[in-house]
Design a protein around this ligand. Structure first.
Ligand SMILES: NC(=O)c1ccc[n+]([C@@H]2O[C@H](COP(=O)([O-])OP(=O)(O)OC[C@H]3O[C@@H](n4cnc5c(N)ncnc54)[C@H](OP(=O)(O)O)[C@@H]3O)[C@@H](O)[C@H]2O)c1
Length: 180
């Protein structure tokens, strides 16, 4: 296990940065869901309350740390956090207490949580989908990045196949590491 914990954002976004319509995803990419599972297994996930609502259950083998300003919020299988520092502290606690945990904290979205956590994120595992959906009035977006701050590697290009649009896997690594 690496000595220092790093925060990794995992996201699927359209080429116009839309990530969802505010209550769910706009596309269905089964291969990407499998990839997300393997990228996140054994890690604590920091997510917004709306993303929790869209999933509706804790994801097995991972901690679900849910950011909400509602002090009375509670859900079975979720850990509430009132702000990012608390969420990160809970994530460290979970890693320390979980024998098979990996030393990575996953910034799991949605748009508000990526915006809040990106400054403390060292790596982004992005699936960039060859679509530009409108996303509707509640559209959630992945924040714009300052390209000078990140090294971008394209890991794989996947061609369109029937109803499944083309997409690619990208890894963005922060040039100057930040602590989490
Ligand atoms: N494509 C992807 O990879 C991906 C990943 C994740 C989510 N999504 C999509 O993104 C959409 C949801 O994103 P969203 O931006 O609308 O919502 P979100 O970020 O999931 O959740 C927003 C909520 O988080 C809480 N929150 C936000 N900032 C906070 C802070 N600084 N401190 C404490 N609590 C805070 C608030 O909860 P309260 O209102 O309870 O206070 C807020 O309403 C959905 O469509 C979902 O499917 C896509």
């Amino acid at each position: 296990m690496p000595a220092t914990t790093e925060m990794v954002a995992v996201v699927a976004m359209a080429k116009n940065r839309v990530i969802g319509d505010g209550s769910g995803l706009i596309w269905h990419l089964p291969a990407d869901l499998k990839r997300v599972r393997s990228l996140t297994m054994g890690c604590p996930l920091i997510m917004g309350r709306k993303t929790w609502d869209s999933i509706g259950r804790p994801l097995p083998g991972r901690a679900s740390i849910v950011m909400t300003r509602d002090e009375s919020w509670a859900a079975e299988g979720a850990v509430r956090a009132a702000d990012l520092d608390t969420a990160i502290a809970r994530a460290h606690d979970w890693i320390a207490a979980t024998p098979d945990a990996r030393n990575e904290i996953i910034l799991f979205g949605g748009g508000q949580i990526y915006m809040t956590g990106l400054a403390r994120t060292n790596r982004i595992e992005a699936t960039v989908i060859d679509l530009a959906p409108d996303g509707g009035p509640q559209a959630a977006l992945f924040p714009e990045l300052r390209s000078a701050d990140w090294t971008r590697n394209i890991l794989e290009d996947v061609a369109a196949d029937g109803d499944v649009p083309a997409y690619r896997y990208e890894r963005l690594t922060r040039k100057t590491a930040v602590q989490v």
